[in-house]
Design a protein around this ligand. Structure first.
Ligand code: F6P
Length: 475
């Protein structure tokens, strides 16, 4: 096997699952990364290297619905130390503003190093001469450097799907220098936001000692690495088409009927993650009912929480907290057949998501910190009648583009209550004006534009900088 484009990500776009009849099958993986990168793979006939979930170890490369997939196995200890541990209990909280406390364990780091090494070796094995390898996300930050050592002929890109923190937080990491050097194996390091790229360049200058100029980093081996923002997006036209389809329209009506045809449906759809601000938004909504501003006969909040990282301690705590909160709110303010919150702990296929987006009057996206948040963009893409209001956290990357949303600070419950109420009571003209503007933005900056701009930049001429530079710091 030899591929001209190799995508390397922790997860494959499909997860290995047990089907109802007991046989093994495949189900789409959760998260924004897969949503965004899958169309790129399809368009370029590339090969995707990643973990299919679980501990099965003897899976051969296979094709699934036209995608070429190379499964990487992980044993139980690696899942615990590399995936649940270093990736999701060390890096994840540090990169998300310390919303939860990170844990530091040397064994977790060792597992991170060895899994990264293995992913890089696999990519090196299957990439054709001079191929492009595009490495994704925080689980694989060491892959670019290992890959470059194994295969200097490759063009290597890296894209981070989550925020990249300021130096003040990043430098808590005992392995900060190794991670920066890992990323510098790439020719192009892409981020969601310009601030994240600037944080990276500054850290490279301070912690590794390389010479930098604006978004360029000059390495001692003569290479120039560029670090820049490429805000990710969705397949806007595809989502709109799906939302317009008859089955989705019918399903949206059925959802409204099942909810008792309330005047206003509020909607949240998130992975069940503590960065998403689910607890705060449900509290804000319930207080509006308690205060008499909303009535359960007329308004309902549908919260879909997609199960995620269920063995990581902070996620277990969050699940219990949300279960308790929803029970308490419904017990306190709900009436027979009229719960205030309709809570669903499950994941849905795209069709059901599109139907929910169509059914909802107010979409509520309130993360404490989020690289981008594609759910907000999906909602906008599905509102082809230019109706529907979006309440969006200032701390989601999407807020930089979706300026016409009702922007909120999720730490400010009263501010969030006011925004929810305003969005709910806004007149049609105002809602349409805002939605029209956001739809224009989304249609111009879709996932294809994102992928094209990254790939074009990666494929561009790369000159050796010819400068005399060498690392000066060893910290
Ligand atoms: O976008 C962030 C991200 O962590 C992706 O890397 C990942 O595929 C997705 O969210 C879902 O998370 P997980 O793979 O841990 O279920």
């Amino acid at each position: 096997m030899s591929a001209d484009l190799v995508i390397v990500a922790n997860r494959l776009p499909v997860d290995r699952v047990e089907l109802d009849d007991g046989s093994a099958g495949w189900r789409g993986s959760p998260g924004g990364l897969v949503t965004a990168v899958e169309p790129v793979l399809r368009a370029n006939d590339g090969t995707w290297v990643g973990w299919p979930g679980g501990t099965e170890s003897d899976l051969d490369p296979f094709d699934h619905e036209g995608l070429h997939l190379v499964p990487m196995s992980m044993n139980a200890q690696e899942i615990q130390e590399f995936y649940e541990g270093f990736s999701n209990a060390t890096i994840w909280p540090i990169y998300h503003d310390l919303v939860a406390k990170p844990e530091f364990h040397r064994e977790w780091w060792d597992a991170y190093v060895s899994v990264n090494q293995r992913f890089a070796e696999k990519a090196a094995e299957i990439a054709a001469k001079g191929a492009t390898v595009w490495v994704h996300d925080y689980q694989l930050q060491l892959v670019p450097q290992v890959l470059r050592e194994l295969r200097p002929d490759l063009r290597i890109g890296f894209y981070l799907h989550i925020p990249f923190p300021p130096a003040e937080l990043f430098q808590q990491l005992p392995w900060r220098r190794q991670i920066l050097e890992g990323l510098l194996g790439a020719d192009l390091v892409g981020f969601q936001m310009p601030g994240a790229a600037a944080n990276f360049v500054r850290l490279v200058r301070q912690r590794v000692g390389h010479k930098t100029h604006r978004d360029l980093i000059y390495l001692p081996d003569g290479r120039t690495v560029r670090a820049a923002a490429f805000p990710i997006s969705i397949d806007a036209a595809g989502f709109e088409e799906l939302a317009q389809s008859e089955p989705v329209g019918k399903r949206a009506t059925a959802i409204r009927d099942a909810l008792g045809n309330p005047t206003k449906i509020f909607l949240g759809i998130d992975r069940l993650d503590y960065t998403k601000g689910i607890y705060a938004r449900l509290r804000a909504f319930s207080e509006l009912i308690n205060d008499g501003h909303l009535d359960v006969e007329e308004a309902v909040f549908v919260q879909v929480a997609v199960p995620s990282r269920e063995r990581v301690e902070q996620y277990k705590i969050l699940r219990d907290d949300i279960d308790r909160l929803v029970g308490r709110i419904n017990g306190d303010v709900g009436r027979i057949g009229r719960p205030a919150i309709s809570y669903l702990h499950t994941s849905y296929p795209r069709e059901e998501m599109a139907a929910l987006y169509r059914a909802a009057d107010i979409m509520v996206v309130t993360p404490y910190r989020d690289g981008m948040n594609l759910v907000a963009k999906e909602y906008v893409a599905c509102r082809f009648h230019n109706d529907g209001a979006l309440v969006l956290s200032e701390f989601a990357g999407a807020a930089a583009e979706l300026r016409q949303a009702w922007l909120v600070n999720p730490y400010d419950i009263n501010g969030m209550k006011s925004a929810l109420l305003e969005a709910c009571q806004a007149d049609e003209k105002e809602v349409t004006r805002r939605m029209k503007a956001m739809r224009k933005t989304i249609s111009q900056h879709d996932v294809q534009a994102w992928a094209e701009s990254f790939m074009t930049e990666l494929a561009g001429d790369r000159f050796m900088h010819g400068k005399k530079v060498r690392p000066v710091k060893r910290s």
